[in-house]
Design a protein around this ligand. Structure first.
Ligand SMILES: O=C(O)c1ccc[n+]([C@@H]2O[C@H](COP(=O)([O-])O)[C@@H](O)[C@H]2O)c1
Ligand SMILES: Cc1cc2nc[nH]c2cc1C
Length: 350
């Protein structure tokens, strides 16, 4: 394995049990019946553990949207044509996509990173870390070479490190890539141990007939590629995508420096499964923003052991569900940091 990547994986430490215990006790001194803020309390406790701070901050948040194309679209597995990936990249840069709206709403910096779009987008606002013009068709050959897979993971790492260096306190992840639900379904079926049938969904809106075809393509491809399910990077290289690999790398980078990560939908979570397999502590740095309509998402979340913060029937991607969940993290830290204690407010405790 690439030395830099190996070092990164080994550098991730467990979250702080001391801060978790301290915060658990402290929350019961605040002016509310114990446990009355429910999951918000769990979030505050987890954030203290992640950041190793008694008074954690999650603002400002930053959003990374990784974009890439997929050779597997040749098999007719998406409702939309491949050119939509670069068209949406332009839309992100012009501020007109859903994620732009939600980024503005939460005051987040939004960066779009091309890690493998099929065409060129000449625009200074786009971060170009293109590994190749789309993956290869994984029904016919491995999606990526080992070098390409590692370069894509490290492109995600670098993107996250740069954002963290600019001062973001919470990393929100998203993706764009026509065909990427097929890659994510293949990954999840191998790594999460669910059937291809359970991992496959409607993506951007295919018919039942096309969904059946998508299932058959994935089943055949997994058989042919024969990935080693105890080697997550082998599975990623054979079946994944550049944006999925970049998401894996971004998660590792954030966990290394104790920055919380909010995952978006199914594709994002598939990258998180890979990261979680590389280091057992990674999962404790992750929040699942929502559970998507894509049916494999629930299996993917269960595999990591994550409970979604929201269930809104979304199936868009881009980081939208993660950005929408961010205010829950902000509320949790404000609760921890701003509420009065029983003592201070002169309220009688039981
Ligand atoms: O986030 C999700 O759970 C999600 C579910 C379905 C579709 N998407 C988005 O739709 C695209 C992939 O869909 P498809 O049908 O082309 O594989 C890609 O750009 C994703 O961001 C995203
Ligand atoms: C229009 C469109 C927008 C998207 N955003 C993320 N995936 C997408 C797929 C399509 C087709």
């Amino acid at each position: 394995m690439n030395k830099q990547l190996q070092k990164l994986i080994e550098s991730i430490e467990p979250v702080s049990q001391e801060k978790i215990s301290k915060t658990t006790l402290y929350l019961d001194t605040l002016t509310k019946p114990p446990g009355s803020l429910g999951k918000l309390e769990d979030i505050a406790i987890q954030l203290a553990g992640i950041t190793n701070q008694e008074a954690p901050q999650v603002s400002p948040p930053g959003i990374l949207v990784f974009a890439a194309d997929h050779g597997i679209v040749e098999e007719g597995v998406s409702a939309f044509p491949q050119e939509v990936t670069v068209q949406m990249i332009r839309n992100f840069l012009d501020g007109g996509a859903a994620i732009n709206v939600f980024a503005r709403q939460i005051g987040a910096e939004l960066q779009v990173v091309d890690v493998g779009a099929a065409d060129e987008v000449e625009d200074k606002r786009l971060v170009s870390k293109k590994i190749a013009a789309g993956t290869r068709n994984f029904l016919k050959t491995d999606a990526m070479t080992e070098e390409q897979m590692e370069a894509a993971v490290l492109a995600g790492t670098e993107s996250a490190e740069a954002m963290i260096a600019r001062g973001i306190k919470c990393l929100i992840l998203g993706e764009m890539g026509i065909g990427n639900t097929t890659a994510a379904s293949a990954l999840v079926s191998v790594l999460a141990g669910c059937s291809v049938d359970q991992a496959v969904g409607y993506g951007t809106g295919i018919s039942n007939e096309v969904k059946q075809h998508k299932r058959n393509v994935i089943e055949e491809a997994v058989k042919r590629r024969n990935p080693d399910n105890s080697a997550p990077l082998d599975v990623l290289k054979k079946l994944g995508g550049y944006e999925i690999a970049a998401i894996t790398g971004a998660i590792l980078a954030a966990a290394k420096v104790k920055i919380p990560v909010i995952l978006d939908g199914f594709i994002c979570t598939s990258g998180a499964i890979v990261a979680s397999r590389l280091n057992e502590h990674v999962k404790d740095y992750l929040f699942a923003g929502h559970v998507s309509q894509e049916q494999g998402h629930q299996f993917a979340l269960e595999d990591i052991g994550l409970e979604p913060l929201l269930e809104l029937g979304l199936k868009l991607g881009e980081g939208t569900g993660a950005a929408l969940a961010f205010p829950m993290l902000e509320a949790a830290v404000r609760m921890r940091n701003e509420m009065a204690t029983f003592d201070k407010a002169g309220v009688t405790n039981k």
